[in-house]
Design a protein around this ligand. Structure first.
Ligand SMILES: [Zn+2]
Ligand SMILES: [Zn+2]
Length: 387
């Protein structure tokens, strides 16, 4: 069951012992290394975990008299450190001899080695992909800001939930006081292979679900998976001037990478609560200001609220139409370059519901005084022209 790796792996080197080492020496070397690289004392260190698997695998072969003999024979037969030439592909020509025949004639190697070559080929293709460092996933989250915080910028605590090592077993998946062992089906590779003619296809090992380690006594907290959902809170600076619906990228704050790969990025989607008085139009703030008919007709200076600081005065010239917008510079949203947008002030005539006697007669006088001019005259003329 472990013959497939015999040609690629030097188990003596893995344990740091001589090829002639006595069983007791092998045992001592293994114990020393296993203690050093045990996942419990190297939590989160994927290199240590790989090394631990390697040591355990080597020991499982060299501590078993029969398997050690098998291993020694396989290596003396084909030479240690045998590697499949790079660039050779199953069925791609170049390797046309039938390995099954050669191995079948090898006598004492038996049927086990027929299997060996199929998987050696296969390993050449997949080991790199399997062990390559992988970048962590990008993570997206949401945050809701007050209108003012969005304009001024703020720091928010973002709670991120994701899968990480189980805190109870430190990711080993084993119950406290027990150790996971190298999966005997895949020898810790996490991959299993099926042979199709002289080459094989690989898939995640069913026994260990691709992890390479099996747990006899599972950790009760994670049921042996070694993974748990956890949440962390990170403080993030939200720059001044963000708008509702904007997505901010925070590099390197996403999910952690695997096998030494870089972390992913964090994307924060910003939601901004509406303000009771002000609105936003790009870098400008907007405000609608009630005015009287007299103020528009005769002109006036009106006090307008500003988002920060004292109200500002806007001068309305005589004869200003309703709905006109005035721009007050410097009272808007701060831009990245340090400049600031404006405050857009739109005037909106209010019609009084209750008029006292004096005001009523004044307006009646106005109606009389302007009776000769029809405000709809121009509209009616224009409509006629279109006919
Ligand atoms: Zn656990
Ligand atoms: Zn396995």
């Amino acid at each position: 069951m472990s013959t497939k790796d015999y040609l690629e792996k030097d188990y003596y080197k893995a344990l740091g012992v001589a090829k002639t080492a006595k069983p007791a020496e092998i045992k001592t070397a293994y114990r020393k290394l296993a203690r050093k690289y045990h996942p419990d004392s190297n939590q989160g260190d994927t290199k240590a975990e790989e090394r631990f698997k390697e040591i355990s695998e080597a020991y499982s072969v060299l501590s078993d008299e029969k398997r050690r003999k098998e291993y020694d024979e396989a290596r003396s037969l084909f030479g240690g450190g045998f590697r499949v030439p790079t660039g050779s592909r199953p069925g791609g020509g170049g390797f046309n001899f039938d390995l099954g025949d050669i191995l079948g004639g090898a006598g004492d190697a038996g049927g086990g080695l027929g299997d060996l070559f199929g998987t050696v080929f296969n390993r050449g293709n997949r080991t790199t992909a399997q062990n390559r460092p992988r970048r962590g996933a990008d993570v997206e989250t949401d945050t809701t800001l007050s209108f003012s915080d969005a304009i001024d910028g703020t720091t928010v605590g973002l709670r991120l939930t994701g899968e990480g090592p189980c805190p109870t077993c430190h990711g080993t998946g084993a119950k406290a006081g027990t150790v996971p062992r190298v999966c005997p089906v895949c020898n810790g590779t996490g991959q299993s292979s099926r042979n199709l003619g002289s080459f094989g296809i690989s898939e995640p090992c069913k026994e260990c679900r691709g992890r390479g380690l099996v747990v006899d006594d599972p950790c009760p907290a994670c049921s042996g998976s070694g993974r748990a959902m956890s949440s962390r809170t990170i403080q993030t600076r939200i720059p001044a001037g963000v708008a509702d619906g904007q997505r901010i990228k925070i590099p390197g704050k996403g999910a952690p990478g695997e096998r030494g790969g870089p972390a992913g990025d964090l994307y924060v989607r910003v939601h901004v609560k509406p303000h009771p008085v002000f609105g936003r139009s790009g870098d400008n703030l907007t405000v609608t200001v009630p005015v009287s008919f007299a103020e528009l007709a005769l002109g006036a200076e009106v006090k307008v609220p500003a988002h920060r600081g004292a109200p500002v005065t806007v001068r309305i010239p005589p004869g200003t139409p309703n709905g006109r917008t005035f721009r007050v510079p410097g009272k808007g949203v701060r831009r990245k370059d340090g400049t600031t947008g404006g405050l857009l002030v739109t005037v909106d005539v209010t019609v009084p519901k209750d008029l006292n006697g004096k005001a009523r007669s004044a307006i009646e006088d106005l109606r009389e005084a302007t009776a000769g001019t029809d405000p709809r005259e121009e509209l009616l003329e224009r409509a006629k022209e279109q006919l």
